[in-house]
Design a protein around this ligand. Structure first.
Ligand SMILES: [Fe+2]
Length: 343
């Protein structure tokens, strides 16, 4: 079964991916497209298969999955998409790819702010976009996003591309809170404070602090945990040691949050199993695994963040609706270009 799915998807042309009919077998299956990495998903999938006997076929990719599902529209395709960032979730919804799901389990497990009111997407974990600050060179333990545009940080800040969805979501939240004009001015100030043009991923910014290229960086919380526990690349432990996490705007609206989420694909052949899988991901066992394996914040009330994550300090989450962030995504991207943020 697994082979058929993989062969059909990977063997297809680059853009068109369909899954061969699965009707020949009586075996219960789900076919998943995942933007989330295998090391994270596999323990969850193993546990689900053990509990339910449902066979899970998974295609992992960094990008292009939504395009693949779109290209395969009308044919038999994936049952479920696992992704990160509200822009990706809304993008798939707006492309008409998401089915509407009604589940009492999901309603009970996932707080309303982390799921679509119409049942088209469900948040599974959340993460905060925080400030990494040099332990040696930054003396303050509190900061605001607004303050990152203060000339006192001239030449001291590192960040990945302004057009990356993680940054666009943060910039969109700034538009929602402070308005467009103020956000443009803020982006100009932030750009003026950069040590060099945006480049690399979030972890590369931590390395730049370790190297002394910059004192502050903007990055997601869980990368700190991944660096702190990285046995494969132990130099990342040193990067992490050179940094403290500061949760921005702790004294007012709270730190910007993003989420990882999931949706059932419209026309899914294995819809019932797909819903079962999402219910499993929102339950205690899976939520605990997400917290301990990937250092994310569980969405389900009563499931704690890992001790390592708690060690970074108390998170006060910005409660801004994710739909508000999605609404300003496009304008945020335009502003990045207008201020030539990446140049
Ligand atoms: Fe990430």
């Amino acid at each position: 079964m697994k082979k058929t799915f993989l062969k059909a998807v990977l063997g297809a042309t680059a853009l068109v991916a369909t899954i061969a009919p699965l009707a020949a077998s009586a075996e219960e299956v789900i076919n998943i497209y995942s933007f989330r990495q295998a090391f994270l998903m596999q323990p969850l999938i193993d546990q689900f298969q053990k509990e339910t006997g449902i066979v899970v076929n998974t295609i992992y990719a960094k990008k292009g999955l939504i395009e693949k599902v779109k290209a395969a529209k009308g044919k038999e395709t994936a049952d479920l998409i696992l992704t990160v960032d509200i822009a990706n979730l809304m993008g798939a919804v707006n492309a008409g790819l998401a089915d509407t799901i009604k589940s009492d389990v999901l309603t009970a497990n996932i707080p309303a702010e982390f799921r679509d009111a119409g049942g088209k997407w469900f948040g599974i974990t959340s993460r905060s976009r925080v400030v990494y600050a040099s332990n040696e060179r930054v003396y303050q333990d509190a900061i605001t996003y607004e303050e990152l545009a203060d000339p006192k940080w001239m030449g001291k800040i590192c960040i990945r591309s302004g057009q990356h969805n993680y940054n666009l979501a943060l910039f969109a939240s700034m538009i929602a809170h402070n308005g467009e004009a103020a956000t443009q001015k803020w982006l100009e100030g932030l750009k003026a404070n950069l040590a060099h043009a945006p480049k690399g991923n979030d972890r590369a910014q931590a390395k730049s602090i370790f190297n002394g290229e910059c004192d502050l960086a903007i990055a997601n919380t869980y990368y700190m945990g991944k660096m702190q526990t990285n046995e494969k690349n132990p130099e990342q432990k040193d990067w992490a040691k050179s940094i403290k996490v500061i949760f921005p705007n702790a004294k007012n609206r709270g730190s910007h949050m993003n989420l990882s989420g999931v949706m059932v694909v419209k026309g899914a052949a294995n819809k019932t199993n797909a819903v079962k899988f999402i219910e499993f991901l929102s339950g205690d066992t899976a939520q605990k695994l997400y917290a301990e394996v990937n250092f994310e914040y569980p969405v389900k009330a009563g499931v704690d963040a890992s001790d390592l994550v708690k060690g970074w300090g108390t998170l006060k989450a910005d409660k801004l609706a994710l739909t508000e962030i999605a609404k300003h995504h496009k304008r945020a991207s335009e502003l990045v270009d207008i201020v030539k943020f990446n140049d």
